[in-house]
Design a protein around this ligand. Structure first.
Ligand code: S3P
Length: 170
């Protein structure tokens, strides 16, 4: 069984994904890392060199053509579910969980993060909250097609495993 964790940047897909994989003894896969390994450059450099459209195509190609291990937790980039048929593909190839948080909570996490994210590089404060709110509105149509919709606030691996029906009780 494969689990795809989706959600906005800062929703904690990688952090909770690693914990969940550890708890379930599954493998953890970070799709962004696969993209960086394949392209030989960081996501920021890839965006700069080739633009967002090329990034989305590469992301889709890697998502849909990687032979993932049998039991894996796969954290996807925040934009992956919203491109072409990626959402449909994930729903057909595993359990998809959307980790949601409010724009304010996301902004606060992202402001405290050291990761370099091309889409929000120059944003902070109210501008960042507004950007997230607008982008989230566009993206939620896709995100909400997930089988599981889970609040990322104070989420533990044990509780997520329970919500995903992978463990009987918390
Ligand atoms: C993106 C999210 C990033 C990364 C890229 C684009 C997005 O991943 O794929 O910077 O469009 O939301 P995270 O969600 O893991 O930060």
């Amino acid at each position: 069984m494969n689990v795809f964790l989706i959600g906005f940047m800062g929703s904690g897909k990688t952090t909770i994904g690693k914990k969940l994989a550890n708890y379930l003894k599954y493998e953890f896969i970070d799709l962004d890392k696969f993209i960086e390994a394949r392209s030989g450059m960081s996501i920021v450099d890839y965006f700069e060199a080739h633009g967002e459209d090329a990034f989305r195509e590469l992301e889709r190609e890697i998502l849909q053509n990687t032979a993932f291990p049998e039991n894996a937790i796969i954290a996807t980039g925040g934009g992956a579910p919203c491109y072409k048929d990626n959402m449909e593909w994930m729903n057909n190839n595993g359990s998809v969980a959307y980790l949601f948080l409010s724009p304010k909570a996301l902004a606060s996490r992202l402001e405290n993060s050291t990761a370099d994210r091309p889409l929000i590089r120059n944003l902070k404060g109210e501008e960042l909250v507004d950007f997230i709110a607008a982008k989230l509105k566009e993206r939620e149509t896709f995100y909400n097609q997930s089988k599981f919709v889970v609040s990322a606030s104070d989420l533990t691996a044990e509780r997520l495993a329970f919500y995903l029906n992978l463990r009987a009780e918390v």
